[in-house]
Ligand binder design. Structure first.
Ligand code: SF4
Length: 546
């Protein structure tokens, strides 16, 4: 059957020697699995299934991004001569799960070999492992092969080797080894360019007045994306977040243009202002490339190469370029390594024993705390906020208020356009919620990713943003009706967990402040914290100690 729709072109193929499964976050035209395919005899299988779209709630923009990017990718494969069996979400025959769709495709195409890149989530790895075991047991000459994803600089085995035997996995040490291994920003004498491994001191600038960054390139939805937007609105009318203004790259050409736009317009100020925040400015000088990277539309190599070229051309200075390179070759690789090395229990860890409920305002941004309404509002509108709102406002509030980490993790996984579990779990459960303590950890060891919790009072938010200027709460007050809720919750957090943190040297100074408080003050804070948790619906009781 001939069709104008490229996704229907191979709807009737009846055989494939090798069937390559491509998942929604494996959209790499240069993947090693694709290079192996014979375009005449083999076939690619891509599936839109409800099981994946619904296993956690999903922001509408996130769902649209995945589905539209998959459709664009499949169309591009067809154009390059690959045979593609594409199962759309609303196809009548769609059985709506990975395992049953692979089974259906395999019974039609009778491949001898099924191949895929390693999925980025333990749950999905297990699904395919189970399928592979059953399918291969049914006939002797069948093979199910999972290949390493060479999108990354580091394989999981290489990371495991680096991590093995280490008492603590500190990112900075991993990053320095990456720099040496890859040769990025290194001088010929083996020393880091500019004499320093990082330029953190130069990269903590705040805005003294409203910043005016150039509007980032955001592609307009084309016919494919508009069709997917209608599908998503129709299928999940009560889905979270807004769809209007969707402007995320859905194909490689758009992602490359977004990369160039960042390099020329925002990289020159990226590092210096990477921790700063400002009202109604969710993007500032950030790259906005994480969704394109996590879907594999672009590679971290080409991002680094372009940033280094900008340094050579004098477009951006070393502190700005180094900050960007560190995110790509250091942090991103490190958290993926942690996710796979720590194992499937990692996202469920609850090292501080907190069991509070995530407040409703996380889903709609309706709160009178200005910092949270700004940062959550950006998430509702764009399925995005940069790393400091994630860590020091949204994540920080959940941490100090005693919300169960699993709920925080699932919220981040649902609401961010760049959310994939290998990235979200260590960033949220580890870095943000300080909950990734191993079940067999020694006393005093509280986390894997972080050596101390990223908890703060309203003071940090005031220093790094203008949010407090227009808030109904007083950032300088600790208790009372108009006191900034971050303040009482922060001190209450330290009081609740002080015996746990006492063995942590990095917490010693701050705990001295708690110890110096008299009993009445501590009791007043405890009562204020409890009242706030009740008021925000964080019922269920915050933990006191693991
Ligand atoms: Fe946020 Fe407190 Fe500042 Fe208000 S006063 S914006 S609640 S930190």
């Amino acid at each position: 059957m001939a069709s104008d729709d490229p996704l229907k072109k191979h709807a009737r193929i009846r055989s494939a020697e090798t069937l390559l499964i491509v998942l929604g976050d494996q959209l790499d035209l240069d993947a090693p699995t694709l290079r192996e395919l014979d375009r005449e005899r083999d076939a690619v299988l891509m599936m839109e299934v409800r099981e994946e779209a619904e296993h956690v709630p999903s922001h509408k923009q996130r769902t649209v991004l995945f589905l539209s990017a998959m459709r664009h990718f499949a169309a591009e494969l067809v154009e390059r001569g690959y045979r593609v069996r594409y199962v759309k979400l609303d196809d009548a025959a769609n059985t709506q799960s990975f395992a049953s769709e692979v089974r259906r495709a395999a019974s039609t195409l009778s491949p001898k070999r099924i191949m895929m890149l390693r999925p980025g989530e333990h749950r999905v790895v297990e699904t395919f492992e189970e399928f592979a075991e059953e399918w291969c047991a049914e006939a002797e000459d069948r093979d199910f092969e999972v290949k390493e994803d060479d999108h990354f600089f580091t394989t999981i085995d290489e990371f495991a080797e680096w991590a093995s035997g280490r008492k603590s996995m500190i990112m900075e040490f991993f990053y320095r080894e990456q720099r040496k291994k890859l040769g990025y920003l290194m001088d010929s004498d083996g020393k880091p360019r500019g004499g320093k491994w990082n330029f953190d001191k130069q990269n903590r600038e705040v805005f003294k007045r409203a910043p005016r960054p150039k509007k980032p390139y955001q592609p307009r939805p084309d016919d494919i994306t508009r069709e997917v937007m209608e599908l998503v609105e129709r299928t999940w009318p009560d889905g979270y977040g807004k769809l209007e203004g969707f402007g995320w790259p859905v194909k490689r050409a758009e992602a490359l243009r977004a990369l160039d736009d960042f390099i020329e317009s925002r990289l020159p100020r990226f590092g210096a202002y990477e921790d700063a925040m400002w009202t109604e400015q969710p993007f500032l000088y950030h790259s906005l490339l994480s969704s394109s990277l996590n879907l594999k539309l672009i590679s971290p190599r080409e991002c680094v190469e372009k940033a280094l070229d900008a340094l050579d051309r004098g477009v951006a200075t070393l502190n700005n370029v180094e900050g960007f390179v560190r995110q790509l070759i250091g942090w991103r690789e490190y958290i993926r390594g942690v996710y796979f090395t720590e194992g499937p229990d990692y996202p469920m860890r609850n090292g501080l024993g907190d069991e509070g409920r995530l407040p409703d305002f996380y889903w709609n941004a309706e709160t009178d705390m200005r910092c949270l309404s700004e940062c959550l509002g950006a998430v509702v509108d764009h399925a995005y906020s940069h790393h400091i709102p994630r860590l020091m406002v949204i994540g920080n509030f959940a941490l100090i208020a005693g919300v169960e980490p699993r709920q925080v993790h699932e919220w981040f996984l649902a609401m961010y356009v760049d959310a994939v579990e290998w990235a979200t779990a260590p960033n949220v459960v580890g870095m943000s919620q300080h909950a990734d303590r191993r079940p067999d950890a020694a006393p005093g060891e509280t986390g894997v990713v972080g050596t101390k919790p990223y908890a703060s009072s309203g003071k940090y938010i005031k220093r790094m943003s203008n949010f407090c200027d227009n808030c109904r709460y007083d950032v300088n007050k600790r208790t009372g009706e108009d006191a900034c809720p971050f303040n009482a919750l922060y001190w209450d957090f330290l009081i609740r967990h002080r015996e746990t943190f006492r063995k942590n040297n990095r917490m010693a100074m701050i705990l001295k402040n708690v110890d110096r408080m008299n009993e009445d003050t501590r009791a007043e804070i405890t009562v204020a914290g409890k009242r706030l948790r009740e008021r925000f619906g964080i019922v269920g009781g915050a933990g006191s100690s693991p």
